[in-house]
Design a protein around this ligand. Sequence first.
Ligand SMILES: [Zn+2]
Length: 259
Amino acid sequence: MVYRSTLLDLPWLDHGFSTRHAGLSSGAYSALNLGFSCGDDPGKVSGNRRLFFAVFGVEPERVFTVRQVHGDQVFLVDHRVSSTTAHKEAVLPEADALVTACPGTAVATTHADCVPIILVDPIHRVVAAVHAGWRGTLRGIVRKVLLIMAEKFDTEPNLLLAAIGPAIGSCCYTVSAELYEEFQTKYHWLELTRTKQGQEGYPTLNLPELNKELLVQHGVLPERIDVSTLCTSCHPRDFFSYRRDQGRTGRHLSLVLLK
Ligand SMILES: [Zn+2]
């Protein structure tokens, strides 16, 4: 049900990236669909979320999510926000990353191919959950999260730990020549993250490696970044994939909990 990075094996922390196993949903959403806005029965999604949160021993009302819009806004869950329990899906703030330093609080983002990133400042005990699809990656959302962690909590990037979870790999993520060019214009070092040419000559983007490189360029040490090599599109039994399933699929949650 849960994929974890050994890099984040700390006593005051828990985290995980969901797989699609051991849930209540059926069909395209089988089985552990954790997203409410993809067409699945909301009752089953609630049940699935309860099952997933139970793995971490966290109450659903202690888990904070956002309404993801492929932007670069960062939502700070401070003590004021953290003490409210009324955060229904309809009134969630629009953002694509969450940061918290509140003990007993978890932050989570939903995914189906987009890159899930968990950042941990082990000195100040601050955590972040980040959703980076191509738009978020192009906007450099991880850089923005690092800036906010530094500003609010004095986080030093060289002491940060990062886990990049399962996402669509360059094996499957072909893009248009125009989009590739846009990335090249913004990131001159893009070729560093290139692995191979996609099908039919289309260029491919390696979003997990791109986000790793972005973190490195902003001071995070490469040996403190764990990148999963699992491609969501290549593993239909384990993962939902928006691209592979042409939109009709479930969503994963990437969660980090400060105990
Ligand atoms: Zn693949």
